[in-house]
Design a protein around this ligand. Structure first.
Ligand code: FMN
Length: 344
């Protein structure tokens, strides 16, 4: 068959995405990264139905709640989707069992290195395991331990972030790891041109969060969505650690009164740590519970001043509510056009 220019670039895009689409069993290698409170049945099913790969954010859910969410998602889509589990969840192994019970094919572990036994437990039931690699050395270690694919997420992303930019992590990790396992690049991606670039650098696909948070199918409160539409890249700022004794993972969110409240929360927890009322583990858990509650306030209750508006720097490219299928179609068209320009 003779391909014309446009078909050739779509063919090129499909071939660059082939490892990613094969890995997830979907049509486009675009994942919607799990977003606590946002990535529930409706958004996850919409992403998978539109040819992407949706991932349920388990967050602090109990095993019973996760069970119900998986069942409800399956009722809305017959396409594959994954589940994101947080490593520090006290019932992690029960959550893994719930995923296995429902034959969830892909589990994403977030929030640190996989605890002892978790990799084996996830893979024993046949699921593929995806982990975040915040540095090359850790990427190598994760692959040696049996992880099937990696997400490389830079500090432009929304939510909890590391210190290094996506562009730098991609340059460090893709050339070494891209041929060993599928690597998905995340953080700061708002348009298809960036997707094309990361695919050409050796990524198997990409993960976006912010761009999908305000899709029509997202249950996020209208006030939360409005705040996103109004914001520009510079409004999505990283939280600041105020006490060197209490290491907190920075969180990128739109600046509001909640940003100040987090400073007060850190002071309160640092005092508890000083007085011996809590140990470091408990102190860090309290910080994480704070974020979960603050995000719920913004996403579900629409409290855009007191809650946490977690958002990445790509928020400036989110300007209106659109169906997931339209967002994916735009991203794919932009990526294909970018590749076509290279060919010309
Ligand atoms: C509102 C929000 C909540 C998030 N919650 C989680 C989460 O619960 N678990 C997780 O692994 N990542 C979480 N993330 C990160 C996303 O999964 C994704 O990796 C990130 O949004 C990608 O960067 P981008 O926002 O620049 O597209 C969250 C991101 C946002 C914007």
């Amino acid at each position: 068959m003779v391909l014309n220019g446009l078909n050739m670039t779509h063919a090129k895009l499909s071939s660059l995405m082939a490892r990613g689409t094969e890995f997830f069993g979907c049509e486009t290698a675009i994942l919607c990264g799990a977003m606590s409170w946002v990535s529930e049945r409706h958004l996850v099913a919409a992403i998978s139905n539109a040819g992407g790969f949706g991932v349920i954010a388990c967050g602090a859910m109990t095993p019973e709640l996760l069970d119900a969410e998986i069942v409800a998602t399956k009722a809305l889509t017959d396409k594959p989707f994954g589940v994101n589990l947080i490593t520090m969840h006290p019932l992690l192994f029960d959550l893994i069992d719930v995923c296995a019970k429902h034959d969830v094919g892909h589990v994403v572990l977030a929030g640190g290195l996989p605890p002892k036994g978790s990799i084996e437990a996830i893979k024993a039931k046949g699921a593929k395991l995806i982990c975040f690699a915040p540095a090359l050395a850790l990427a190598k270690k994760l692959v040696r331990s049996g992880v099937d694919a990696l997400v490389v997420e830079g500090m432009e992303a929304g939510g909890h972030i590391g210190p290094v930019a996506t562009s730098v992590l991609a340059q460090e990790i893709l050339p070494e790891m891209g041929s060993q396992v599928p690597v998905f690049v995340a953080g700061g991606i708002g348009r298809g041109e960036a997707i094309a670039a990361y695919l050409e650098m050796g990524a198997a696909g990409v993960q976006l969060g912010t761009r999908f948070a305000c899709a029509s199918e997202s249950i996020a409160h209208p006030a939360f969505k409005k705040a996103f539409f109004r914001a520009s890249a510079r409004d999505a700022v990283a939280s600041v650690q105020i006490d060197p004794r209490l290491p907190v993972i920075p969180v990128r969110a739109l600046k509001n009164a909640g940003t100040e409240a987090f400073t007060a929360k850190q002071r309160e927890v640092a005092n508890l740590l000083d007085s011996g009322a809590v140990d470091m583990m408990e102190a860090q858990l309290q910080i994480e519970h704070y974020w979960a509650g603050a995000l719920r306030k913004a996403v579900i209750d629409g409290d855009v001043e007191g809650g946490s508006l977690m958002a990445g720097q790509s928020v400036g490219m989110v300007t209106k509510e659109e169906p997931v299928a339209d967002i994916i179609a735009q991203l794919m068209a932009q990526a294909a056009d970018a590749l076509e320009r290279r060919v010309a």
